[in-house]
Design a protein around this ligand. Sequence first.
Ligand code: 6PG
Length: 255
Amino acid sequence: MGLLTSSREALLFPSRDSLTSFMMERWGEISSRAVKRKGRADVALSGGRTPVDVYRKVAEMGRTIPWDKIHIFLADERFVPPDHEDSNYRMIRDTIISRVTIPEENVHAIPTDGCDPETSARQYEEAIRFFRLDAGQYPSFDLIVLGLGVDGHTASLFPGNNAVHETARLAAAVRRNDGSHDRITLTIPVLNSAAHLIFLVTGEEKAAILRRVVETRDISLPAALVDPGRGDVLFLIDEEAGALLSRDRFSRTRQ
Ligand code: 6PG
């Protein structure tokens, strides 16, 4: 196994199936341990295409996962109605929430109806205060699942957007000027307060940017700013996405 540092690790998998199986195991371990320790597990999930299969498979794990004690938050959301085809909530509902027995109050969607993105971000912060935070405190999610965009974004933290530098807020509105949906995102300090962060990165189109994030640590890329103080960050990578990484330094192939 190759280690980036004690809290940053990159694992290379020969196939998406082996990556998914590993992720299922980790999800089970992390949530069970959190439930044992504090009676619940708080997870924040990203959208995008990469995690769809993982989410479906994790939902199929049934009672191996203590769903009634898991609280599902979103790492980010596109500012669209919850039934919109681009809604992250809709994807997570279809892959997980509708397939497991989880109390409604354990699902903390980002409100997008009848408000603007700034109000939505504020309302979402209130939902996160579920953690009973004192002023100035950040929540510590047990698990945050992240993806990587080809431009180096993660969650909805895009290079050059003000939200990347937000330190006072837990969630921020992200205005897009390129015709794509506005978004709401957890902020960097919230990501960096998590116990476990797992990036799922697959496909050759991610190879070049992944190298800049994990090897060069190019801090102009939001994904490279993910560096939890007390937690750990794990990059789960398939062969295609890992094609440009120096394998001898930090990769492990699992069968
Ligand atoms: C989203 C995200 C985003 C995503 C990356 C990777 O809602 O789009 O949360 O950060 O994880 O863009 O997306 P793909 O998995 O589709 O490549």
